[in-house]
Ligand binder design. Structure first.
Ligand SMILES: Cc1ncc(COP(=O)(O)O)c(C=O)c1O
Length: 409
């Protein structure tokens, strides 16, 4: 039996079968370094997909920061420690002034869950408005506000307090939010560039219109920046900045720990005060010393290595190359995104293309309700040379002409 087959069998024996595995021909990854992953036979893969390793897989400075802190101390937030204050100060320094109070947890899901609690405490309301196809996390409440899950296989639909608006096509579609508002609203939550929905760039004035309407109804605006923050979109450090809005609550996860589990919620003093109602907030691991040392170092590296400007430059090269491919391959129906947060929509065969790219040692994924959007979202050190390799390989792998197949995959 091959190693892969025996690992798959063992996995199925001891883990739940709804943990999916990437690619028809799964990979046993044993090592990572910056934008590369290595399998058990030493084959190197160009990682064009994993945003969690934001500053690069096993970035030496982040590893050293974690190791040093593990040797010194790792305990909880009930003891005074400078690190958590420095980390909170560094994070809030990247945000508009009103977003000044940080909470630390251990995942994007925990962070969104806490964001909902904050919004409820502040507004004393429950009604939430969400974008169609959104995903905000794996807890019970977050499945409730994630149409991608509750409208998908195994889902049971939205509960009565959750109202879904279609992905907007223009600024005027903010009216669909207004039309949904009945009485007092708890809030509106959206990724600033909907990722799971297919790497969507929102119409320019949409969020501003929606935020105005939500606030007029007493609600708060939550920006899920779990995938889009930390300079990834190149033009701005946070994706909400692209639209000139300031959220009331910002939710962070994935990249901020570079693989170490950290989630964060940053909000206004007024919302934090509403939440400070006598009930203690405590997370055993959230804000522990090792997490803070790692989180602080990741942020330092993002600034030191000018990764936002790098994402802009490499992203522009990718978009130019992809648009060029679009001219030659009619199967490509759209190229969109910003910086190193890109989507290539295909008329069909996206899964086949991604599997073929994997055979060429380039890792990508699919996204969107029809799974027809190739998602390019690499670790940020992904270089111009890497971009050229991705583009030339994609040119080889894409079918020359669109076939008549009606299957969408
Ligand atoms: C936009 C968004 N929000 C929240 C989450 C949940 O984060 P986690 O898996 O760390 O709980 C995810 C995870 O995929 C996500 O993509």
């Amino acid at each position: 039996m091959t190693r892969i087959k025996s690992l798959m069998e063992a996995r199925h024996r001891v883990l739940s079968r709804n943990l999916s595995v990437a690619y028809d021909n799964p990979i046993n990854i044993v090592r990572g370094s910056m934008q590369y992953l290595y399998d058990d036979e030493g084959r190197r893969y160009l990682d064009a997909y994993n945003n969690v390793a934001h500053v690069g897989h096993c970035h030496p400075k982040v590893v050293a920061a974690g190791q040093q802190q593990m040797e010194l101390l790792n305990t909880n937030t009930r003891y005074l420690n400078e690190l958590i204050i420095r980390y909170a100060e560094s994070l809030t320094a990247t945000l508009p002034e009103s977003l000044s109070v940080c909470f630390f947890v251990n995942s994007g899901s925990e962070a969104n869950e806490l964001a909902i609690r904050l919004a409820r405490a502040h507004t004393r309301a429950r009604e939430m408005i969400v974008l169609d196809h959104a995903y905000h996390g794996n807890t019970t409440t977050l499945i409730d506000i994630s149409p991608y899950k509750h409208d998908g296989p195994g889902g049971e639909g939205a509960p009565s307090w959750v109202h879904k608006v279609p992905l907007p096509a223009s600024d005027e579609d903010a009216q669909q939010v207004v039309d949904l508002i009945r009485g007092r609203l708890c809030g509106f939550i959206a990724e600033s560039m909907p990722s799971v929905a297919g790497q969507i760039v929102l119409p320019e004035g949409y969020l501003a219109n929606v935020y105005d309407a939500v606030r007029a109804a007493g609600g708060v605006c939550i920006a899920d920046e779990v995938q889009t923050g930390y300079g990834r979109i190149g033009t701005h450090f946070w994706a909400f900045e692209k639209y000139g809005v300031v959220p009331d609550i910002v939710v962070l996860g994935k990249p901020i720990g570079n693989g170490h589990p950290i989630g964060a919620v940053i909000t206004t003093r007024a919302i934090a005060d509403s939440f400070d109602n006598g009930m203690e907030f405590f997370s055993t691991f959230g804000g522990n010393n090792v997490s803070c040392a790692i989180g602080l170092k990741v942020l330092e590296v993002v600034h030191e290595e000018k990764l936002q400007a790098h994402a802009l430059q490499v992203g522009e090269r990718l978009v130019t190359g992809l648009r060029d491919l679009q001219q030659r391959h009619e199967i490509i129906s759209d190229v969109r995104g910003s910086g190193l947060f890109l989507g290539v929509e295909l008329k069909q065969e996206a899964t086949r293309v991604v599997n073929r790219m994997r055979e060429h040692a380039i890792l990508l994924g699919t996204e969107g309700p029809l799974h027809n959007v190739i998602k390019i979202r690499p670790p940020m050190p992904f270089s111009e040379t890497d971009a050229d390799v991705l583009l030339s390989t994609l040119a080889e792998v894409l079918p020359q002409r669109s076939t008549k197949s009606t299957k969408t995959d």
